[in-house]
Design a protein around this ligand. Structure first.
Ligand code: IVH
Length: 713
């Protein structure tokens, strides 16, 4: 490779791949430093014009060598030197969250689920690791050739904040590693000890600055400082417990991999142990719970992970959580307080949700002033089956109630102290009409929830639909969050009343930008940035559009399934309307999608059959350029895009595993053979499906051939 200074002078069109790679690395570093200089308020080392030129050069090279685009590419970093805050980093391997267990039974079920998925018997050996769940914030550290190249927060799991300069000030984060794989992403938790937290708050107080509510907030506030000198003055620590991208495996087991990280110089938690089965897991949980008060830092549970990494790979992931791990949470913290009022909130699908307004109380370090009351039966003291859950105690305005928080979930009301009930308290009357629009609120047979029948005329439903529309998994428009759409909904000039209105905003306000500009906090530049961000989202993949519509029962993973099945908007649209009668070929086809049941299918077809709702959808679609869902065929799997049916007994994997693996490779898995089937995988005992497939001329293979086909043999 030539000297860096030579490469700098070469036109993008003349670069070799090696030169391009080196140049992209240099540009990422130079631009990141420029951002830091800018935010650090030192005199910026380069002018805005130079900055823009470097950014353009970076983009041109990336266009020529798309494979060389870096995870920390300056192109993905929103803003540039004029933007506030941190630049963004796309995680090469997503940062996931964990499912929760709250009881010993949940742990037994976790083990049973895993055994079932893997096809293991009750007595087959299966080892786990168990370790404290640190209550801090997670961080991903990327090392290339032993050098720390960046540190990123979890963010939404896909894109986090670039906090490299801050992470470098943390003593327990090594900046150089010896003997590490060329590429190594170490993941773990940044936290603050109790002692350091107390000292920090004392210092804050002395300086007249605000106190932090708890060590977690203090750690987060300290890491997310735009000035790394402030982070440096805050005592933060890092525990390593996982990894992301790797150029070579760390070990064959979770325990071995963690020990390897320990040997490389990371702090690993000394309470990490291996356990055989749920009994030992729960015993270690109890041991950690006993040690908890003396640890000197906050933990909120114990994390269990399957020890064998080959089994972890087989188990894989659900949409946001691994199947091979779970967090066993400590019992929630409780507090008593006065319930001042019960208010009704109306959700996106019209659900009337009762919310308890509480006299503020601290629960586990956080001030709580609202709690959910679920639904009208819960207020009466009944569960969804009508069974008493609080020994006949209903909840009334004025009651002294017990509130708890379990993990990050919304606080709940657990109990009522009848001896403290005021004489004036009367049973709560759940409204029969929508408090927002006055329409009837009805409760259908078998539904725990009462719903507003106002549809789009209900302002609360319309606002919630808009909030959902701009949320992360949906349109996720930069600068247009829940707060803004709510304000714009109520603004008589901007008039964002339905999703399509977002996309007509620029045309409606183009000449002057005045409507937006006249609002608090909006200048001409920010208005223009918003319009650009909106325009950028006109081109959007089908799955996001389906999810964004906010149809009841249709979540993110169902939207992915639907998008893969129908591939493009016109086909999806036509199919939903053809299925309106809830019978016939289109309906059967919808139900043939593994993961789509009758309830979801009915909800979908109803949305498309409802005139006003369909008109609103059509207005939106006219503004968009919907991308067919990128088939993972790009990844080169021969089964991508194929419809596969499994039948007979599978011997090397369970049915659930086969299905998940096939879907991960981009195949559709169907339960029945039809003319649309591309491939039948038949194990011993395959019956009528194999005959039917043969009749239809469909390719039939056995399990070993399947494994060879997908490269798992
Ligand atoms: S493992 C793929 N281990 O808990 C699994 N997470 O609720 C990755 N956390 O986002 C996580 N201590 O921030 C793991 N010992 C531990 C942990 C831990 C704390 C955090 C982490 C994660 C969150 C999930």
């Amino acid at each position: 490779m030539g000297q860096a200074s030579e490469v700098e002078a070469i036109e993008p069109a003349d670069l070799t791949a090696d030169q391009a790679s080196a140049e992209l690395a240099r540009l990422a570093a130079v631009l990141a430093q420029a951002n830091l200089d800018y935010h650090g308020k030192d005199a910026p080392a380069i002018s805005d014009a130079e900055y823009d030129a470097l950014k353009r050069r970076n983009a041109t090279i990336e266009e020529r060598f798309p494979d060389l685009k870096r995870a920390d590419s300056p192109s993905d970093q929103v803003g540039g030197p004029l933007a506030e805050g941190f630049s963004k980093i796309r995680h090469e391997v997503r940062m996931l969250s964990l499912g929760n267990a709250f009881s010993d039974e949940d742990v037994v079920e976790f083990d049973a689920r895993i055994r079932k998925y893997l096809g293991l018997g009750d007595t087959d050996p299966l080892t786990y690791t168990a370790e404290p769940k640190i209550d801090g914030l997670s961080l991903s550290l990327r090392y290339e050739n032993g050098q720390l190249v960046y540190a990123a927060t979890r963010g939404d799991g896909e894109v986090g904040e670039n906090v490299t300069a801050n992470a470098k000030t943390i003593a327990s984060i090594p900046q150089n590693l010896t003997g590490a794989p060329d590429i190594l992403e170490v993941r773990g938790e940044v936290y603050m000890s109790h002692a350091d937290f107390e000292a920090l708050n004392a210092a804050q107080e002395a300086a007249g600055a605000k106190n932090f509510a708890n060590p977690r907030n203090a750690a987060a506030g300290s890491l997310r400082q735009l000035d790394p000198n402030i982070t440096k003055s805050r005592p933060l620590t890092f525990f390593a417990y996982a990894w992301g991208a790797l150029s070579a495996p760390l070990d064959d087991t979770q325990m071995g991999a963690i020990e390897r990280l320990g040997a490389l110089g990371f702090q690993i938690n000394p309470l990490t142990a291996t356990c055989n089965g749920p009994t030992e897991l729960v015993a270690h949980y109890k041991a950690i719970e006993t040690a908890r008060p003396d640890l000197g830092y906050d933990i909120d549970g114990v994390v269990y992970k399957v020890n064998d990494l080959a089994l972890q790979r087989r188990l894989g992931f659900r949409s946001t959580t691994p199947r091979w791990a779970i967090a066993h949470k400590f019992a929630a913290e409780l507090a008593w307080t006065r319930l001042e009022a019960i208010e009704i909130q109306v959700g996106r699908t019209g659900a009337l949700s009762p919310v308890a307004r509480l006299s503020p109380v601290t629960v586990g370090g956080v001030v709580v002033s609202n709690a959910t009351l679920h639904n009208e039966d819960y207020i009466k003291g009944l569960d969804s089956k009508g069974v008493e859950i609080r020994a006949g105690k209903d909840i009334r305005e004025g009651d002294l109630v017990q509130v708890y928080r379990a993990g990050d979930v919304i606080p709940k009301v657990a109990d009522v102290d009848l001896s403290q009930r005021p004489d004036t308290a009367v049973p709560y009357q759940f409204p029969g009409t929508c408090p927002e629009c006055g329409s009837d609120a009805v409760r259908e047979e078998g539904d725990a929830v009462r719903r507003c029948t106002g549809g789009l005329i209900c302002p609360a439903q319309a606002v919630e639909k808009l909030k959902h529309f701009v949320s992360r998994g949906a349109f996720d428009i930069d600068g247009l969050g829940a707060k803004q759409v709510e304000a714009f909904y109520h603004d008589d000039q901007l008039k964002i009343r339905e999703p399509a209105d977002i996309f007509t905003l620029r045309a409606r306000d183009a000449q002057s930008l005045t409507k937006l500009k006249n609002r608090d906090g909006w200048g001409e530049t920010s208005a223009r940035n918003l319009f650009d961000a909106i325009d950028e989202r006109r081109s959007i993949p089908l799955n996001r559009v389906i999810f964004a519509l906010g149809i009841r029962h249709v979540g993110e993973s169902a939207s992915n399934l639907l998008a893969r099945h129908y591939n493009n908007w016109p086909d999806f649209d036509q199919a939903m309307r053809d299925a309106a009668a809830q019978e016939g070929a289109a309906w059967d086809d919808l139900l043939s999608i593994d993961g789509v049941g009758a309830v979801m299918a009915a909800s979908l077809t109803q949305a498309f059959a409802q005139e006003a709702e369909y008109a609103s959808i059509t207005r939106l679609i006219a503004e968009l350029d919907i991308q067919p869902v990128a088939s993972p065929a790009d990844d080169g799997s021969p089964v991508a895009g194929q419809t596969v049916v499994f039948t007979g007994t599978l011997e090397k994997m369970t049915r659930a595993e086969a299905k998940a693996r096939a879907e991960a490779l981009g195949a559709k898995v169907s339960g029945s053979v039809s003319a649309k089937t591309d491939l039948l995988v038949a194990g011993p005992g395959a019956g009528s499906k194999a005959t039917k497939a043969a009749d239809l001329g469909i390719k039939v293979i056995d399990e070993d051939e399947w494994l060879a086909l997908i490269g798992d043999a």
